[in-house]
Design a protein around this ligand. Structure first.
Ligand SMILES: [Zn+2]
Length: 131
């Protein structure tokens, strides 16, 4: 069984939701050897949905489980590949981020990893549930 090919569809993994998506690029083996699978993940990116939110001026807060990620996200040294996503994501206007977190945010930074509980605390601050 050999389903390798010399062309492959490039995929990126969304930094925010961790989902693989097609970039629309074709990868070609330089020597035309059948060396690649149908899809090849080459790196990180943003899926259409999260790219849109980034373009709209939002930063994504991606909740991670510090125990399973290896170390605390608030240390700000968490690499995307090491982050264990809990699946909980919140979006915050970039201006609001600066007020809520005493943490610098690079203009090209689409998301930050936060520890479990941070999003919950944030939601209780900005949107108190009636009754
Ligand atoms: Zn995404």
């Amino acid at each position: 069984m050999n389903d390798k090919s010399y062309v492959s569809l490039e995929r990126h993994v969304c930094l925010v939701c961790g989902v693989s998506f097609d970039t629309g690029n074709l990868l070609l083996d330089k020597r035309l050897r059948a060396s690649m699978d149908r899809h090849t993940t080459t790196g990180w990116g943003l899926c259409a949905e999260h790219q849109q939110l980034f373009d709209d001026g939002y930063v994504a807060l991606v909740e991670c489980d510090p125990a399973r990620s290896g170390f605390s996200a608030s240390a700000d040294r968490l690499k995307p590949g090491e982050a264990f996503r809990t699946g909980r994501v919140a979006h915050l206007k970039r201006e609001a981020f600066a007020k809520v977190f005493a943490r610098p945010l690079a203009t090209e930074q689409p998301c930050v990893f936060v520890d479990a509980g941070v999003i919950e605390r944030l939601q209780s601050l900005v949107a108190p549930t009636p009754n």
